[in-house]
Ligand binder design. Structure first.
Ligand code: PEP
Ligand code: MG
Length: 819
């Protein structure tokens, strides 16, 4: 007999792993082994070994055996949640132990009362070895021979990816739409930043944490449990970071736009009913979209050549995503698919059987699509279109064809079975509207159409495919329908409405580049909120006169280490360049609460929104803040540069930040004063605005947070979302206080929360004293048009009347009456 014999680490009932009430162990995701249902509370060393890792919670231990095998002893199931209570380590990591030495003592009764199960798996966790079970299905005494660990010939011992400490965490998915494409891409991205091998297990399946496709195929829905596990040097950090990311809810919207009701037949044969994907009205000749099929050879020219061709094509398509889409969410999702380890492994396996790169990728895509369809989840099934789109782009690259080749007359209403995002992008600007037989309202094409303001209806059924080419139709995307035989009067009326709305949009867009003044000449600056370099130039095009809030979190989230100073300098400089000399207000990092970052030590918080977030976290991690301030000063030209701090409560936080900023400026040889402003986002800062404004260079109201704190209505909680109305008179009174404080010291006051994008709210905000509104870029043309119709006196009167209202509904009624 060869190998190392492991004695039972404790007295109890030996059972196969299949009996463990946890799929991670029962399905041997961690490795093969055995389990013991304990009859005593002492874990002993099963053989001579070195302690590889022992978490602080002391609920598990990994041991390195003399032959290189590594085993994990895990006391009970889900015992990590006990936080170490009832467990006591007798050894430390790195310590050498002899067979029979005590390793961990635990309180059998106390743990049994609180844990899901006491069953204790003992598993081999690295490769190159196998397990031979010596005793099972009976009671064993401590140290009685239990398992033999043998080396497997030809397999290198201790394959690196699985070596090292092990960590695990059970989580409940809070994501409103489950682990769909966007969160799956973020999880996969973060998992890739760790050396550890990360797995996510749920529904008796397990997924490679770096594979977006595999994660989506788990079909995880809101409220469902998943087990995160990691093996590798940074396993603990990886699991902690991924759990924090998923548990944060990732800022996912409560419900994706337009729930998909089943199309209701209209009863009128000349009307086809679908679902609104992007609202609007369009009139034009109907044109069918016929994509060109891309042929690829089945057989390849040798494994090495095909692998090289695949790698080159993947790299080329990835490079073409940079900037091509103008939609960073879509580009990120497509990039995640191009980098997906599972898709790549499946394709390589096909190539190894002699297939061509194109055939292999097509096969791998079909397998992945099948897995998504098998979840039965309509949101995930919609993502098949993204898989097919990436396939089309890759095959086009491999074969030298155009992925979006299609010939459609300008101004047509396009009919397609289903459209891929890249095909849409090839058509944008040419067609007047789109209707598809299939597809869903939350697909990327739908979002792209909405962003482009192009009317689109989806899921209209196969009937649309039978319509005659060239017939004049009316696409009423607001109502989700297509009128196939409009009479001349109907056609003329629809054409008139389309013209009027186009003229309105065109005049708003044309005037958007002009500086904004109210009808009485009062200057109101209309700035843009930005969250990435790509948006800066687009915002200027939409009419932004500067950036009133740069949310710098984009640089810091979803990664395992903070961005370097150089990386930040580059990003800030790119945004400043995109703004072409216009002012850029950079907000210092506002992480914490719902935006956790794994590399900042943070205790678990019962109420994260009231915890270490915003400037509190910045001042508690001064190195991070100092680096960011340096990067801002280096990246943003002096004339454009302003800095703003989030989540301020009183002046002391401003004073501390000012001191740090002045120090950094002096280090960099900057002599001019860098404007430093404060976000008014807490009721405290609004109440103390006069004191704060004495030292601050400007104030900007963050109505999103100010509203949630003033009204005690969590901005992320769907149940309180409707209550969190920034036009509530209580919030308006706080804004008025802030405005009074700013005015007292001659500071300007802006608004950068979501309400600033709403043209209807502009007269109240201006009436209360705001002279700058920082809005979503797409909202700017309409916002400027609305502000140009206002005059200061009427705004002040309206604001007074709003302050006298008793509820948000009353304020909204007031606006309605006015309009
Ligand atoms: C706000 O709170 O209104 C704000 C602009 O900041 P954020 O939405 O980034 O918290
Ligand atoms: Mg805020």
């Amino acid at each position: 007999m060869s190998g190392i014999v492991l004695g039972a680490p404790l007295r109890g009932w030996a059972a196969p792993l299949d009996d463990v009430p946890d799929p991670v162990f029962a399905e041997r995701m961690m490795g093969d082994g055995i389990a013991i249902d304990p009859l005593e509370g002492l874990i002993r060393a099963p053989a001579a070994a070195t302690v590889a890792s022992l978490p602080e919670t002391a609920h598990a231990i990994t041991l390195d055996l003399a032959n290189g095998a590594q085993i994990l002893i895990h006391i009970g199931i889900d015992t990590v949640a006990l936080g170490g209570e009832g467990f006591e380590a007798c050894v430390a990591a790195g310590q050498k132990v002899a067979a029979g030495d005590p390793l961990i003592r635990f309180d059998l009764d106390a743990v049994a009362r609180r844990a899901k199960s006491l069953v204790t798996p003992i598993v081999l966790v690295n490769e190159g070895f196998r397990v031979v079970v010596e005793a099972t299905g009976r009671q064993v005494a401590a140290e009685e021979p239990l398992l033999r660990i043998e080396r497997v010939d030809g397999v290198p011992a201790g394959v690196a990816a699985k070596d090292g400490p092990i960590a695990e965490r059970r989580i409940v998915v809070p994501l409103p739409n489950g682990l769909h494409a966007r969160p799956a891409a973020r999880v996969a991205n973060l998992a890739k930043s760790f050396a550890a091998n990360v797995r996510v297990a749920a529904h008796e399946r397990t997924a490679d944490g770096r594979s977006m496709v595999a994660l989506m195929a788990l079909g995880l829905k809101r409220g469902e449990e998943a087990m995160l596990s990691a093996t590798g040097p940074d396993a603990e950090a990886a699991v902690a970071a991924l759990a924090a990311l998923i548990e944060s809810g990732m800022d996912e919207p409560e419900a994706l736009p337009s729930p998909a009701p089943s199309p209701v037949p209209s009863g009128d044969a000349s009307v086809l009913q679908g679902i609104t994907a992007s609202p609007g009205l369009a009139v034009g000749p109907l044109a069918h979209f016929r994509p060109v099929a891309i042929d690829v050879p089945t057989d390849g020219d040798g494994v090495a050549a095909e692998e090289r061709a695949l790698a080159e094509a993947l790299a080329a398509v990835a490079a073409s995503l940079d900037g091509a889409h103008g939609d960073s969410g879509l580009a990120a999702a497509h990039r995640a698919l191009l980098e997906d380890p599972e898709l790549a492994a499946d394709a390589r396996a096909e190539i190894a059987t002699g297939r061509s790169a194109g055939h292999a990728w097509r096969t791998a895509t079909a397998t992945a699509a099948e897995k998504l369809r098998a979840t039965g989840d309509p949101l995930l099934i919609e993502r098949v279109a993204d898989l097919e789109d990436v396939e089309r782009q890759l095959l086009a690259q491999l074969t030298g064809t155009s992925p979006s080749a299609a010939d459609v007359p300008a101004g047509a209403i396009l009919v397609a079975d289903e459209l891929l995002p890249s095909q849409f992008l090839g058509l944008r600007g040419k067609v007047a509207g789109i209707i598809t037989a299939r597809g869903g309202p939350t697909s990327h094409v739908a979002l792209l159409a909405a962003a482009a303001g192009l009317p689109m209806v989806v899921a209209a059924g196969r009937g649309v495919l039978a319509l005659a080419e060239g017939q004049q139709v009316v696409l009423d995307a607001d109502a989700g329908r297509l009128e196939t035989q409009p009479d001349p009067a109907k056609l003329a009326e629809a054409e008139q409405r389309v013209r009027a709305s186009a003229e309105r949009r065109a005049s708003q867009a044309a005037a958007a580049r002009e500086d904004c003044r109210m009808a009485d000449g009062t200057r109101i600056e209309i700035f843009a909120n930005l969250a990435s370099p790509a948006e800066a130039a687009l915002a200027v095009e939409a009419g932004a006169e500067g950036c009133g809030l740069l949310r710098t979190e984009f640089l810091f989230l979803d990664r395992s280490a903070a961005p370097s100073e150089e990386e930040q300098v580059e990003a800030y400089a790119a945004i400043a360049a995109g703004l072409d000399g216009r002012p850029l207000i950079v907000r210092t990092l506002d992480v914490g609460a719902d935006k956790p970052v794994p590399y900042l030590p943070r205790a678990r918080e019962e109420n994260p929104a009231l915890g270490m977030r915003g400037i509190r976290l910045g001042l508690a991690s001064p190195d991070l803040l100092r680096t960011q301030l340096r990067a801002i000063l280096r990246g943003v030209p002096e004339a454009q540069c302003r800095i703003m701090i989030p989540m301020v409560v009183d002046r002391s936080e401003l004073t501390a930040t000012r001191a740090l900023l002045d120090e950094v400026a002096a280090e960099l040889g900057r002599t001019g004063r860098v404007p430093l402003g404060v976000m008014i986002e807490t009721p405290a800062s609004a109440l103390l605005a006069a004191d704060i404004a004495e030292e601050a260079d400007f104030l900007s109201i963050g109505t999103n947070d100010l509203t949630q704190y003033a009204l005690a209505a969590d901005r992320l909680n769907p149940a309180t979302a409707a209550m969190a109305d920034a036009l509530h008179p209580a919030v308006l009174h706080l804004i008025r206080l802030a405005a009074d404080g700013a005015r007292k010291h001659g500071r300007w006051l802006g608004v950068c929360g979501g309400i600033a994008s709403d043209p209807a709210a502009a007269p109240i905000l201006i009436g209360l004293g705001a002279t700058e509104l920082s809005a979503a870029p797409a909202a700017i043309p309409a916002l400027k048009a609305a502000v140009r119709t206002l005059n200061a006196d009427a705004c002040a009167t309206l604001a007074e009347r709003a302050l006298a209202c008793g509820s948000a509904a009353e304020v909204r009624r007031l606006l309605g009456d006015k309009g």
